[in-house]
Design a binder for this molecule. Sequence first.
Ligand SMILES: C[S@@+](CC[C@H](N)C(=O)[O-])C[C@H]1O[C@@H](n2cnc3c(N)ncnc32)[C@H](O)[C@@H]1O
Length: 188
Amino acid sequence: MIQKFFPSSLYNFLRFTNSVQLEKIVLDCGAGGSDPKLAFFHENGFKTYGIDISEESIEGSNKFCEKYGIRLNIIKGDMRNIPFDPDFFSFIFSYNSIFHLSKGDCITAINEMYRVLKKGGLCYINFLSKDDYHYDDEDDFHSYYDDDEPDKYFNHFIIIYKEKRQILKGNYFNTGRTCILDYIVKKP
Ligand SMILES: C[S@@+](CC[C@H](N)C(=O)[O-])C[C@H]1O[C@@H](n2cnc3c(N)ncnc32)[C@H](O)[C@@H]1O
């Protein structure tokens, strides 16, 4: 068993997945790094797949898998062109990753998630809010959003849950972030 805590947003998404009668198969977009969030879904009985654009990030998640003796199936891939067939996954998430994309690329990635998600499937994505502490920093690497701005990306989906997490002291799950927008959407 993996003895660690995961971000509260993922527990919330897990709660939603439990209400859907589909195979437990999940894709993480931006899945690499030394602390792969797919491990949480592995622990909860899901068949897991992940894609990440960076070999270094994939190496990090491979080390984690070796340490815990698990397979998460994280491969090299770009969420703007997801290397899976249509309607393959029941659940998709992208945690702290999509805001590394430009807003234009973000639309492309969300359309790709729609394509590979099964009818009735759920998707969780978080965005950086313009109320985040770092918004005013010189920063070309992250996209920040107004409260309702991502709504328009989900025209083909139904938004079933939306939350603004404003951290008043400390930061969100050791990320240095203080304000994020959580979306859970369903493919009708
Ligand atoms: C801040 S890390 C978060 C990693 C992981 N989700 C976590 O919570 O620990 C962002 C990840 O997104 C990946 N990434 C960035 N752009 C991507 C893209 N277009 N497709 C797939 N992965 C991407 C990066 O390589 C990096 O591993």
